[in-house]
Every structure is written in structure tokens, then in C-alpha cells.
Design a protein around this ligand. Structure first.
Ligand code: NBP
Length: 477
């Protein structure tokens, strides 16, 4: 017998993905650099389906039916290149290498181009949902040549998560690096979602005076409404957890320095390159980095703050409702910014990404799965070339309903000295987009003054320069 698919790299992700394929009836060839992992997988889970354990790269390739489908699940970066170099010479034209790691999309573009010259189809595939997702159904974002999806797609549709309406959470995203790009932005949005939830928690605690257990209850309530999502659900779990050793809320015994692996940072770096304002995602990345500067924070402990006046019991409940509005409005803005980045990447690299399809496959399996994504899909269904999610009528109406409370929450945060960079940046983005006039006109005047950078006029075509050092008359540039 031969295997329909092979997985090399059997750490948490690879091994669970291999088991997922096997549980769905596929014969799976498995391989890992360190052979002990391969043996352990077959010993522990061999009963779940048909595995072919391969000791060497040659055995692994020989076990696969043709055209071969070979999934790589190793550490992103140099290890991925090493594995491609090891396997590519053993493959034939028409075979497929699928990289399920968190590769940078630029690496995926480079690898796809090099392998295409050898006739090998390279699929850069974003996988979200962590190890549980890999086993029970992740959200899958495959890029690469369209024809690769003809044979790979049905298998991915089987192992992927299913949205509530039963649709598989996978679609062909676009050529070369498109899948990894979309996975990158997914993670950027995840950072923003987590930051906004964190700010909501901090406000409920420091301004409204609720305990972590009470806040868990508030999040559980929110989870039955429009904020219904995996991240809100697990937030309630984490907040209600009590540390066994001390009896304190778990959240109070964890060091408050957030770590990151890099995909959030990439989202912001690429957004800067593309000229896309992703201020909410950027604030989330910066907030994690600020939290990690222990010495700087220690040295800043004596800095003055406002006199904080906690709310009374009856005001607290009303404030919590406002925080829900602020969180929801800010969430709309982060997704607006994230989808803008995907649209800009798609334009820059000619990927022709279907934004509605992207929101659709994020509805299940992935970390940002949420009822909210149904609304985003509806917005793109109504108008595929929507310039911005904020131009969708439903979202515009929802923000209109939330904005007063949103502003009150940011005001309260500023007054009480609680940092809410996510809420505030989202609100500033919203107000900047709404503004009839921006101070950018003044910026242009300054640039023309010191650098003769010229400006355009509201009432005439062309570029102009004012002779600032002379008689201040205007010349056509
Ligand atoms: P790791 O990222 O920890 O990678 C470990 C695997 O890489 C092992 O199988 C290891 O083999 C193999 N490997 C390394 Br390291 N260097 C190698 C080399 N030079 N040649 C061959 N194999 C090499 O595993 P993971 O956490 O399962 O993640 C796998 C991929 O999936 C990563 O790209 C990750 O970013 C991505 N991802 C992870 C998650 C998650 O929740 N963890 C979610 C979504 C995506 P060995 O056993 O011989 O050391």
C-alpha cells in the first residue's frame, strides 16, 4: 500500500495533523529527523488509522502515491529550507511540497519560485488552531499553484474545522505566498483581539472595581452576544482559574510580561512597507514589548498619575456595558485594518484574494473564530469590492450605536490613568477616517517650507511650491 499523504516533522503540530489525516481515513506516511518521534507516534496512536513509519527520507518518499503530497511541519526558517533541500532532489515533476509551518510569506515566495523551476508544486499553507486544532480540525490557509488545490483541497476540506453552517474552514487563498500572508494577518488580528480583551479586563478591574471571578462572569455574559468568540470564552476560563498553591486568582500570580513569536511583528512590518495603517495591531505588538521591559517599568514606578476614583457599585454595571460597546467597536476597527492589509498585499502581489472567503474560513478552527466573522462575510457578500469594513452599512450602524460609550470608556481610562492604547488607537483611526479635514494639509505646508517638497491644492490640478524664503508667492512645481 502507498500513502495518500506524508507528514515530516512530528512535534506537536505535525503529529496531530498526521493523526487528523489518519482519523479521516487517509493512509499517512510519517517521518521525523529524530526517529524516536516517529516511533512514538505509531506506538501511541497507530490504532487511530493507517500509518507508514519511514526511517529515512528515501523510505518516506517511496511510501507516497504519485503525484506525491508531502507536508512539512518543522520550525519555520532555516529548518524548513533544510528539509526542502533534503526532499526536493528525491521528488519528480508534479509532486507537491506543502509547508504547514509559520513561514514568512516572502520565504514562501522564494521557495515556490525555486521549486517551480523543478516542476514541483510548492504550497505555503497557514494552519491555525494550535495543537488541538491540528488534531480536531484547524482553519487552513493554503496558497500556491491553483492546480495543486484540485488534488489537495478535498483532503484539506476533510480534516479542516467546519463552520456552524457546515462549510469547511479552508479555501485556496491565492498563488505563492498568499496563504502564509493571510495566516500572518490572522495572527496580527489575534494580537489585537487579545490586547483589546486585556484592556477591557483592566478597566473592569481598576475602574469598575470588579474581581477576576466577577470579570469572568461578565465575559461569559458577553460571550452569549455579538462578542461570542473563542478568545472571549477562554478569557473567562483563565480569569476564573484559582492558583492551587496560593489560593489567589491565577491571573495575579503570572508575571505580567507578554511574549511573542514574531507573526504579529511581521504583520506590522509588512503593513509599514505596504503603507497600510494597522494602528490597532501595532499597539498590540508594542504593548507586549512594553510589558517585557522590566527594568524600564521598574524605573518608572515613582512616576505621577491621576487621583483614581473607583466607581460605585451601581455605576460599575453601567460602565461594564460601556466597555462591551468599546470592545466591540474597537474590534470592528482591528478587523477593518487587518482586511485592509490583506487587500493591499493581494493588490501588491497580484493574488486576487477573496476577502469574503477569508472571513468565512476563519469562522471555525482558528484562534480568532467568532460569530462576528459571519457579519464580515455578509459584508463582503453584499459587496465584494468593499473599500473598507467601515463602509459596510451594518458595521457603520453598529459603531454609530457604540461610539458614545466608546468615547466615555476612553475618557474614563485617561482620567483614571489606565493604559488603553488599543481602544484609543482604534477610536483615533475611526475619527481620522471620518474627518472632513486632517492636519495633513499643515504637514504638507511644513514639508514645503523646509524641504520644497511641494503640495497639491484643493482648487487646482498640479503641484505647487511657495517661495517661503522670498516674497511667499506661489509657483507651479
Ligand atoms: P517546532 O516549531 O517546535 O519544530 C520542531 C520540529 O522541527 C521537530 O519535528 C524537529 O525535528 C524539526 N526540525 C528542526 Br527544529 N530543525 C530541523 C532540521 N534542520 N531538519 C529537519 N527537521 C527539523 O514544532 P511545532 O510547534 O509542532 O510547530 C511546527 C510548525 O507549525 C512551526 O513552523 C510552527 O510555527 C507552526 N505552527 C505552530 C503552532 C502551534 O500552536 N505550536 C500553530 C500553528 C503553526 P526533531 O524532532 O528532529 O528535533
Amino acid at each position: 500500500t502507498s500513502a495518500q499523504i506524508g507528514v515530516t516533522g512530528l512535534a506537536v503540530m505535525g503529529r496531530n495533523l498526521a493523526r487528523n489525516f489518519a482519523r479521516n481515513g487517509y493512509t499517512v506516511a510519517v517521518h521525523n529527523r529524530t526517529e524516536a518521534r516517529t516511533k512514538a507516534l505509531v506506538e501511541e496512536f497507530g490504532g487511530e488509522g493507517d500509518f507508514i513509519a519511514a526511517e529515512t527520507a528515501e523510505e518516506f518518499v517511496a511510501a507516497l502515491e504519485r503525484p506525491r503530497r508531502l507536508v512539512i511541519m518543522v520550525k519555520a526558517g532555516a529548518p524548513t529550507d533544510a528539509v526542502i533541500q533534503e526532499f526536493a532532489p528525491l521528488l519528480e515533476p508534479g509532486d507537491m511540497i506543502i509547508d504547514g509551518g509559520n513561514a514568512h510569506f516572502a520565504d514562501t515566495r522564494r521557495r515556490e519560485k525555486a521549486l517551480r523551476e523543478q516542476g514541483i508544486h510548492f504550497v505555503g499553507m497557514g494552519v491555525s488552531g494550535g495543537e488541538e486544532g491540528a488534531l480536531h480540525g484547524p482553519s487552513i490557509m493554503p496558497g500556491g499553484p491553483r492546480e495543486s488545490y484540485d488534488s489537495l483541497g478535498p483532503m484539506l476540506e476533510k480534516i479542516s474545522a467546519k463552520a456552524k453552517d457546515g462549510a469547511p474552514c479552508v479555501t485556496h487563498i491565492g498563488p505563492d505566498g498568499a496563504g502564509h500572508f493571510v495566516k500572518m494577518v490572522h495572527n496580527g488580528i489575534e494580537y489585537a483581539d487579545m490586547q483589546l480583551i486585556g484592556e477591557a479586563y483592566q478597566l473592569l478591574r481598576d475602574v469598575a472595581g470588579y474581581s477576576p471571578a466577577e470579570i469572568a462572569g461578565i465575559f461569559r455574559r458577553w460571550n452569549t452576544g455579538r462578542l461570542d468568540s473563542y478568545l472571549i470564552e477562554i478569557t473567562a476560563e483563565v480569569l476564573s482559574h484559582v492558583d492551587a498553591a496560593t489560593g489567589k486568582p491565577f491571573v495575579d500570580v503570572v508575571v505580567d510580561q507578554a511574549e511573542q513569536k514574531g507573526t504579529g511583528r511581521w504583520t506590522v512590518q509588512i503593513a509599514l512597507d505596504l503603507g497600510v495603517p494597522v494602528s490597532g495591531i501595532a499597539e498590540a505588538v508594542f504593548a507586549r514589548s512594553l510589558s517585557g521591559h522590566a527594568a524600564l517599568r521598574e524605573a518608572s514606578q515613582g512616576l505621577a498619575g491621576p487621583k483614581a476614583v473607583p466607581l460605585g457599585k451601581d455605576e460599575a454595571a453601567a460602565f461594564a456595558d460601556r466597555v462591551e460597546q468599546a470592545l466591540y467597536a474597537s474590534k470592528i476597527v482591528s478587523y477593518t485594518q487587518g482586511f485592509h492589509e490583506i487587500a493591499a498585499g493581494s493588490e501588491e502581489y497580484d493574488w486576487d484574494i477573496d476577502l469574503g472567503a477569508v472571513s468565512s474560513i476563519w469562522r471555525g478552527g482558528c484562534i480568532i473564530r467568532a460569530a462576528f466573522l459571519d457579519r464580515i462575510r455578509a459584508a463582503y457578500d453584499a459587496r465584494a469590492d468593499l473599500p473598507s469594513l467601515l463602509s459596510d452599512e451594518t458595521f457603520a450602524r453598529e459603531i454609530a450605536g457604540a461610539q458614545d460609550d466608546w468615547r466615555e470608556v476612553v475618557i474614563a481610562a485617561v482620567r483614571q490613568g489606565v493604559p488603553t492604547p488599543g481602544f484609543a488607537a482604534a477610536l483615533a483611526y475611526y475619527d481620522a477616517l471620518r474627518a472632513a479635514r486632517l492636519p495633513a494639509a499643515l504637514t504638507q505646508g511644513q514639508r514645503d517650507f523646509f524641504g520644497a517638497h511641494t503640495y497639491r491644492r484643493v482648487d487646482q490640478e498640479g503641484s505647487f511650491h511657495t517661495l517661503w524664503g522670498g516674497d511667499r508667492s506661489e509657483v507651479s512645481a
